[in-house]
Design a protein around this ligand. Structure first.
Ligand code: ADP
Ligand code: ASP
Ligand code: MG
Length: 431
């Protein structure tokens, strides 16, 4: 008997027919003698609708369009109360469908487990999962159907884990339960060399290292939420990404021990025999660029800019600083998530006196394209190759950032797909 965590994303639970298909996957594992916890997302599109309702209720979009002053800071505790509800529905529905199929099952909300988080509502971090009761029932043959994406924050309020957070719910549960496997069922049959919906020549990887997956996810490959990969790497959880659209009776072959056959196994680097210099290309279109013009060029100014953003829980990604034309000031450009742009601009406007700048600009017409591979550690010249290939296509680079195993460039959004395809061919990844 194995202890398994199975996670099903939004498209996999989009309607009752798909939920029945999910139940068939779960039943297969139960019939195989395994103890199962199943984490579900909200039905596809549901969370977006709930987010839109929150914004409408707060009146932010409406008021800012009318030119009236409005704050982008709504109460994130109430955002969480609303957007966490999609998972409540699917967890109850899957439990019912399983029961109807003769499988013992019970739904669990985050607070009922409890899965505890910190107080950073809207993007909370998991601080602990108490699985005693859950595990006892699982070992007794009851399937635990868990609402993903949500937990309980100090003060007994519901908190959500950031968009795509059900992946992290699943990995955290797998770690706490000491599960043998964490299967992430989604609408593609594994992790590809790049988004297969953008580059038809992309191919599925049998295995990918935690580190590469972490970079892929954080650079925009939303197939796994970044934090879920971080956690899996930290706790050594074996994650298998696979398709929920494979026939349930065939799908048992994908085995986390081999990673072969079905899906992609996310595992330690030394478990991967063949390794390309570049393993994958990721892109993100959900970042926005903020530019501060003519900031005083003096010690401490960067802290004055980024301190208030950090306090507002706004993550900053790429940062570029140029001496401005008068030589006494500096222009500062950095990127944030598009969803945070309005709040970032508001925070910076409020700090204008303490920072001291001439002008502030925000733009969402940008994309970040990244090449990722552990092979870069031992190969020189990858960046140069990448920059010349982009130049040949007439693509201008606005900012660059690198890590040991990644090179990212910021470009005009209109060139995103061309850049991804160009780099995918350049590094020999085309199928
Ligand atoms: P779920 O709702 O199951 O969580 P997501 O939409 O969050 O699914 O993630 C799956 C999607 O991730 C795929 O449909 C695919 O378009 C996208 N994706 C982006 N990059 C990759 C990649 N490198 N490999 C596989 N899928 C990718
Ligand atoms: N339903 C949430 C979202 O759309 C969580 C998830 O799908 O993982 O972000
Ligand atoms: Mg997802």
């Amino acid at each position: 008997m194995s202890l398994l965590v199975l996670k099903f994303g939004g498209t996999s639970v989009a309607d009752l027919e798909r939920i029945r298909n999910v139940a068939a996957h779960v039943k297969r594992e139960v019939d195989g003698g395994n103890a199962c916890a199943v984490v579900v997302s909200a039905m596809a599109g549901q969370t977006n609708q709930l987010v839109a309702l929150v914004e409408e209720a707060w009146g932010y979009k409406v008021r800012s369009q009318n030119g009236a002053a409005a704050s982008a800071h709504y109460d994130t505790r109430e955002y969480d109360a609303v957007v966490s509800s999609g998972e409540q529905v699917t967890s109850g529905l899957l439990a019912l469908v399983l029961q109807a199929a003769g499988v013992q099952a019970r739904s669990w909300q985050g607070w009922q487990i409890p899965l505890r988080t910190d107080a950073a509502h809207r993007a909370a971090r998991i601080t602990g999962v108490e699985v005693g009761e859950l595990k006892a029932r699982m070992l007794d043959g009851e399937v635990a159907v868990i609402a993903g994406f949500q937990g309980i924050a100090p003060g007994n309020r519901i908190a959500t884990l950031g968009r795509g957070g059900s992946d992290t719910s699943a990995v955290a549960l797998a770690a706490a339960l000491q599960a043998d496997r964490c299967d992430i069922y989604t609408d593609v049959d594994g992790v590809y060399t790049t988004d297969p919906r953008v580059v038809p020549k992309a191919h599925r990887l049998d295995r990918i290292s935690y580190e590469e997956m972490l970079e892929m996810a954080s650079q925009g490959a939303k197939v796994l939420q970044t934090r879920s990969v971080e956690l899996a790497m930290q706790k050594g959880v074996r994650v298998l990404v696979r398709s929920s659209f494979d026939a349930p009776d065939l799908a048992g072959k994908g085995d986390a021990e081999t990673g072969g056959g079905l899906g992609t196994l996310v595992c330690h680097e030394d478990e991967i025999v063949e390794q390309n210099v570049v393993s994958g290309i990721a892109y993100a279109r959900d970042e926005a660029k903020v530019t501060l013009l003519k900031v005083a060029d003096k010690p401490g100014v960067a802290a004055q800019v980024f301190g208030p953003l950090a306090e507002a829980h706004i993550n900053v990604d790429m940062i570029v600083q140029n001496v401005s034309d008068d030589g006494r000031h500096t222009d500062m450009t950095f990127t944030v998530q598009s969803a945070d742009l309005d709040r970032a601009l508001e925070v910076l406007r409020n700090s204008k006196d303490s920072i001291g700048y001439l002008d502030l600009r925000g733009s969402t017409d940008i994309a970040k394209v990244s090449a990722i591979g552990v092979g870069m550690r031992s190969h020189a010249g990858v960046a140069a190759q990448m920059f010349s290939a982009l130049a040949e296509k007439g693509i201008n680079i606005e900012a660059i950032s690198t890590s040991e195993i990644k090179i990212s460039v910021l470009i005009d959004a209109a060139y995103a797909e061309l850049a991804v395809r160009t780099l995918h061919s350049l590094f020999g990844l085309d199928r």
